[in-house]
Design a protein around this ligand. Structure first.
Ligand code: ASP
Ligand code: MG
Length: 423
C-alpha cells in the first residue's frame, strides 16, 4: 500500500461536525494500510471573511500582510483536524505550508510553487503520523515571506505534495460526487464522469468548470499524478483524471466530455476603429501593458461607407475597470470612436477530444442553441472545444439545451450537491 495525498475543501470542514467526519475518513485510509498526507482548506467561508475584514481596515492591504492574514484560515482547520484525529486514537501532526517545504516565488496573493522539499512531512509519516498540511500557502524563496497561491489554491498544494512525495494518487474531496458532464447545480441530469483525460479536464477548467482549478490540473499533468475527485460526504467512487484510463475505469468513448459555463467575464467593444493595419495591435498592446488577460476576440466586417469597424473582446469582470481606463487614456493615439462595456454575458463551452474526428459537432451545438432561442454573440474554437458568448440570462437554458442535444442527460439518479457553493 502506497502513499495517498487527500485534500479536503472548505465545505467539507465547514464546522466541528465536518471536521470530525473528515477525521474518520482519514483514519479509514490509514487503517487500510496507506501512509496518509492530508491537505486542508480553511473552514467554510473563512477566507472570504478574512478578506472582508482586511478591506475594513485598509482599502488596499499590502500583499505581504494580506497573505499572512489569509494563511491563518488554513492554520485553524489543520490544527483542529489533527486534534480530531488524535481523539480517534491515531497520531497526527499539522504543518504550515512553509514547514511542509512549499517554496514559491514572491508574487503575493497568487504565488507559484517553484519547489517542494517535503523532508519534514516524510519524517513525520515514516514515524507513523498522519501529516496534515495547510493548503493554499507557501514561503517565498527570496525573502522568506509567507505567500498564498490564489483562491482555491489548496488543490494545487495537494498535487504538488503528491508529486514531491511520489504518491500513488491525489484524492480531492469536495461537495459533489466528482466531475460532471455539466455543473450539477444547473443541470440536474448531469452525469458523473468515470474517467477523463488531463487534456479534456484542462479545457473544462479553462472554460469555467469550478470542480478543479486549471493550475492544479496542469501540475498533475506535468508530473503525471492521477487525481481522484470525489465527495467527502458520500464515499462513492468519483472521477479519475489521468493520462490513460486503468482497467477498472470505464471509458464511454464519448465524443463530448462535457459542457462548461462561465459568468465571470465581461465584453468590451471598441467602436469605430479605422480599418487599417496597426489598429488591433495598438488596442491589444494597450490592454497587455495594463496586465489584463483577454479571452475571445472578434473583429466585425467594416462598413464600406465609413471605413470603420468594431472590435470586441472578453476579459474577467474583475479586470474591466483597468482595461477601460487604459483604453480611454490611449484613445487619442489609437483613434477609435467610443467604448462599450457589457458585463451581462455568459460563455458556454462544449469540450471533448472526440470532436477532432467527428464532423457535425459545431452544427449540432449551434442547432441546440437556436432551438432554445439563444442568440450567439461571439464564437471561438480550439481543436477540442467550441465556445460561444450569449446573454447572461440565457446561460442556464443554453447549458441544459446543449447537454440534452449531445445525449449527455442521465436517465437515472439526479446529481447530488452536498453543500457549499461550487468552490
Ligand atoms: N481557502 C482558500 C480559498 O478559499 C484556498 C482553498 O480553498 O483552496 O480560496
Ligand atoms: Mg475555500
Amino acid at each position: 500500500m502506497g502513499l495517498v495525498v487527500q485534500k479536503y475543501g472548505g465545505s467539507s470542514v465547514a464546522d466541528a461536525e465536518g471536521i470530525k467526519r473528515v477525521a474518520k475518513r482519514i483514519v479509514e485510509a490509514k487503517k487500510n494500510g496507506h501512509q496518509v498526507v492530508v491537505v486542508v482548506s480553511a473552514m467554510g467561508d473563512t477566507t472570504d471573511e478574512l478578506i472582508e475584514l482586511a478591506e475594513q481596515v485598509s482599502p488596499m492591504p499590502a500583499g505581504r500582510e494580506f497573505d499572512m492574514l489569509l494563511t491563518a484560515g488554513e492554520r485553524i482547520s489543520m490544527a483542529l483536524l489533527a486534534m480530531a484525529i488524535k481523539s480517534l486514537g491515531h497520531q497526527a501532526q499539522s504543518f504550515t505550508g512553509s514547514q511542509a517545504g512549499v517554496i514559491t516565488d514572491s508574487v503575493h496573493n497568487k504565488a507559484r510553487i517553484i519547489d517542494v522539499t517535503p523532508g519534514r512531512i516524510r519524517t513525520s509519516i515514516d514515524e507513523g503520523n498522519i501529516a496534515i498540511v495547510a493548503g493554499f500557502q507557501g514561503v517565498s524563496q527570496e525573502g522568506k515571506n509567507i505567500t498564498t497561491l490564489g483562491r482555491g489554491g489548496s488543490d494545487t498544494t495537494a498535487v504538488a505534495l503528491a508529486a514531491a512525495l511520489d504518491a500513488e494518487v491525489c484524492e480531492i474531496y469536495t461537495d459533489v460526487d466528482g466531475v460532471f458532464t455539466a455543473d450539477p447545480r444547473v443541470v440536474k441530469k448531469a452525469k458523473k464522469i468515470d474517467w477523463i483525460s488531463f487534456e479534456d479536464m484542462l479545457e473544462l477548467a479553462a472554460s469555467g468548470s469550478k470542480v478543479l482549478l486549471h493550475r492544479c490540473v496542469e501540475y498533475a499533468r506535468r508530473y503525471n499524478i492521477p487525481i481522484h475527485v470525489r465527495s467527502s460526504f458520500s464515499g462513492l467512487r468519483g472521477t479519475w483524471v489521468s493520462n490513460e484510463p486503468r482497467g477498472d475505469q470505464q471509458v464511454e468513448h464519448a465524443i463530448i466530455s462535457g459542457v462548461a459555463h462561465d459568468v465571470s467575464e465581461a465584453k468590451i467593444t471598441v467602436v469605430g476603429v479605422p480599418d487599417k493595419p496597426g489598429e488591433a495591435a495598438a488596442i491589444f498592446r494597450t490592454i497587455a501593458d495594463a496586465e489584463v488577460n483577454i479571452d475571445m476576440v472578434v473583429q466585425n466586417v467594416s462598413a464600406a461607407s465609413t471605413g470603420l469597424t468594431d472590435i470586441s473582446f472578453t476579459l474577467p469582470k474583475a479586470e474591466g475597470r483597468k482595461a477601460i481606463d487604459a483604453l480611454e487614456r490611449s484613445k487619442p493615439t489609437i483613434g477609435f470612436e467610443s467604448l462599450r462595456y457589457d458585463d451581462q454575458i455568459a460563455k458556454i463551452s462544449l469540450v471533448g477530444a472526440g470532436m477532432k474526428t467527428n464532423p457535425g459537432v459545431t452544427a449540432g451545438f449551434f442547432e441546440a442553441l437556436s432551438d432554445a432561442g439563444v442568440n450567439i454573440e461571439l464564437i471561438s474554437t480550439s481543436e477540442i472545444r467550441i465556445s460561444v458568448v450569449t446573454r447572461a440570462d440565457d446561460v442556464n437554458n443554453a447549458v441544459r439545451a446543449v447537454h440534452s442535444a449531445f445525449g449527455l442527460d442521465s436517465d437515472s439518479d439526479e446529481a447530488v450537491v452536498y453543500g457549499g457553493t461550487g468552490r
